[in-house]
Design a binder for this molecule. Structure first.
Ligand code: AMP
Length: 249
């Protein structure tokens, strides 16, 4: 069974995000970019399924600027077999990405799509759900455990207040949560090997998908700065401040 793993190039999680001076978005020029952390978890899960003999080929796909090929290379170094880059300069929104992935699914016929639950740049948490809906496939989102057997995938989901277990018929879409696994680091020999693995480059037009943005970003702002706290000497002083200054009691 083939597994498709969508991977997004995002601002590295260690970088302190800065809002652009003109408030149109966040600064990405001269900023370290990496694979979205939840997508690393998705790649790791696909590689583990392959290592257990439950999956055949792993195809990593990324949509975005030409540099997204680096993100695909990282997936290849972790163990994916080949890559597909859908190259575009257009800023992609979840529905556009979901449509592109649907077109890739039509070409590749994977039995499973494993992707991140959300991209840490704009925190949409929408693409996996939209892809499942467009394909008419079952979805298991926020997965903390994935088990494949007999043409079905059992997904343990992290939901508010506990865990929910769902069983889906394949083909299906699964989105990875933080506790699913700990992704491996790519070893140097594997990074070298990944250089020889193929990456096919496509365009949205070649896939017949219109990626024109449908949402307009009006303004991006920094969160308000938190004011410094104050220490009180006694409970009596705390109560007095809550009554007279904060006016909450
Ligand atoms: P989002 O809905 O934007 O929070 O993203 C959820 C997941 O969709 C990510 O973790 C990726 O697996 C996938 N995804 C989003 N954007 C892209 C992209 N441009 N290329 C490949 N995969 C993407």
């Amino acid at each position: 069974m083939k597994i498709l793993v969508p991977v997004k190039r995002v601002v590295d999680y260690n970088v302190k995000i800065r809002v652009k001076a003109d408030q149109t978005g966040v600064e990405t020029a001269n900023v370290k970019m990496s694979m979205n952390p939840f997508d690393e978890i998705a790649v790791e899960e696909a590689v583990r399924l392959k290592e257990k003999g439950l999956a055949g080929e792993i195809v990593a796909v990324s949509a975005g600027v030409a540099a997204a090929a680096e993100t695909i290379r990282t997936a290849l170094a972790m163990g994916a077999d080949r890559g597909i880059l859908i190259e575009t300069e257009v800023e992609l929104q979840p529905l556009a990405v979901a449509k592109l992935l649907k077109a890739v699914v039509a070409r590749e016929s994977p039995g499973l799509v494993i992707m991140g639950k959300q991209a840490i740049d704009d925190d949409m948490n929408a693409t996996g759900q939209m892809l499942a809906a467009l394909l008419g496939w079952p979805q298991g989102t926020f997965a903390s455990k994935v088990a494949l057997a007999d043409g079905r995938v059992t997904v343990t989901r992290e939901v508010d207040g506990g865990l929910e277990t769902v069983e889906l018929a394949l083909p299906a879409v699964v989105t990875a949560d933080l506790r699913l696994n700990e992704p491996r680091y790519a070893s140097l020999p594997n990074i070298m090997k990944a250089r020889k693995k193929p990456i096919e480059t496509l365009t949205p037009a070649a896939l017949g998908v219109d990626v024109t943005p449908r949402l307009a970003v009006l303004k991006v702002e920094e969160p308000p700065k938190r004011k410094a706290g104050a220490k009180v000497a006694s409970v009596a002083e705390l109560v007095a401040k809550l009554r007279t200054e904060a006016k909450v009691i």
